[in-house]
Structure formats: C-alpha cells, structure tokens
Design a protein around this ligand. Structure first.
Ligand code: ADP
Length: 219
C-alpha cells in the first residue's frame, strides 16, 4: 500500500458533466485492459483496436507499457512492488481518461490478479466499464515470436524477473474477453472485441460521423 503524503487537499469540481461529454462524443469513456505474457499480442491488439475505434468515430487512446515506462513510470523497475505501483498509476491514468470521455486501451503484462482487480474496482466504483481482455498465448509461441528479443535475454539471465520465465503470471479467472492469439488472426481478434463493445452498448452500432477535414496547426 502506497503511503499517502498529500494533506490539505480539496477536490475542485468542474462544470462539464459526463452526460455533456457523452453528448459531444456519442460514447462514454471506458477502459479496455489487455493482460498477458510478453509477446502475447497486447500492444498489437491495442494499436489495431485504437484504429478500429477511431475509424468508428470514437475517441480512443493506447496506454502502452513500454511507452509509459519511457516517461510517467521511468522511475519504476520490475520488482513486485514496482510492478504494483506501475499498474496503480495506470489505473489512475485510465480513470482520468474515463472522466475525460475517452476510451483507453491499456497494454501491460499486469501479472498480478490483485493489481488488475484494484484497477477494476476503481472503475466500478464510478459505475464505469472495465473490460479485461486475456491475451492468451502459450509461452513457447511467445518465445518463438519474441519481437523485441526479450525472451532470449531472459533465458540468458540478462533480464531478471521476467514474467513467465523468472517471475509469475496470474491469468484472469473471469475476463470479459478471452482471446487465443496463437489461434486467431489480429483482424479476427479486433472483430471479436468490436462485436462485444457493440453488443454491450459501449459504442454505437453505426459509426459516429468522422471529421474528415483537419485544422491546420498554428505556425
Ligand atoms: P506484447 O505487447 O504482448 O508484448 P506484441 O504485440 O509486442 O506483444 O507482439 C506480439 C507479436 O505477435 C507481434 O509480432 C504480432 O504480429 C504477433 N501476432 C500474431 N498473431 C497475433 C494475434 N492474433 N494478436 C496479436 N499479435 C499477434
């Protein structure tokens, strides 16, 4: 449990309600939480889904594990405590995105069930949707894919605490969606997720109108 250091802080409410934001964008903010081993396909699917949602006229944004560790979480390593803090911060960022009416797609190994459950509780406390997707792929296939050469380094002992090799992964017990990425193509996975979102009224069945002209950036 992280120590709370800030005192004498008072919440300052804004004037734009969720309903007003929803009226503008045509959908609510919610979280799609991808979890799975390294190289199981989380980033690939998050990016493909971001594009599918964008083309559907929805505001969506990827929070990618490696990218977030370049900035916000660049002071965290891979010890159990740091992994928990990594996920706690992302859960809080995802909460801000939901409040802003944006769909966030989080691509983090997030190996501990309790950390994912905390992220879910944060969403459900606000009656927000939290869609956990188990990106399931056998470790031998992940190891063959190894797009970033991480398994090779973990086997050689260069990377310590590597999930699936020298650190645990606790699979979700009841994910909203379970995808076997060694059996389904990326396009098929995107279809499964989009169908789920439409069936549960998280996004409209018909695409929102998309602004096709862009405002030029100021010089
Ligand atoms: P992760 O983010 O989980 O570490 P990546 O998305 O970086 O994984 O890498 C997954 C690799 O697996 C990519 O090279 C991707 O092209 C490949 N792949 C094959 N089939 C799938 C699928 N159905 N879904 C996602 N990735 C897939």
């Amino acid at each position: 449990m992280i120590e709370r250091k800030a005192t004498n802080i008072v919440w300052h409410a804004g004037r734009i309600t969720r309903a007003r934001r929803e009226g503008l964008s045509g959908h609510r903010g919610f979280t799609i939480w991808f979890t799975g081993l390294s190289a199981s396909g989380k980033s690939t699917l998050a990016v493909a889904m971001e594009e599918a949602l964008f083309e559907h006229g929805c505001h969506a944004y990827v929070l990618d594990g490696d990218n977030v560790r370049h900035g916000l979480n660049n002071n965290l390593g891979f010890s159990p405590e740091d992994r928990t803090e990594n996920i706690r911060r992302i859960a809080e960022v995802a909460k801000l995105f939901r409040d802003a009416g944006v769909i966030s797609l989080t691509a983090f190994i997030s190996p501990y069930r309790s950390d994912r459950d905390s992220a879910r509780k944060l969403a459900e406390a606000e009656h927000d949707a939290f869609i956990e997707i188990f990106v399931d792929c056998p470790i031998n296939v992940c190891e063959q894919r190894d797009p970033k050469g991480m398994y090779q380094k973990a086997r050689a002992g260069i990377i310590k605490d590597f999930t699936g090799i020298s650190a645990p992964y606790e699979p979700p017990e009841k994910p909203e969606i379970h995808l076997r990425t060694d059996q389904l193509t990326v396009d098929r996975c995107v279809c499964v997720i989009m169908d789920h979102l439409k069936q549960h009224n998280y996004i409209p069945c018909a695409p929102n109108r998309i602004q096709t002209t862009y405002y030029a950036a100021a010089p």
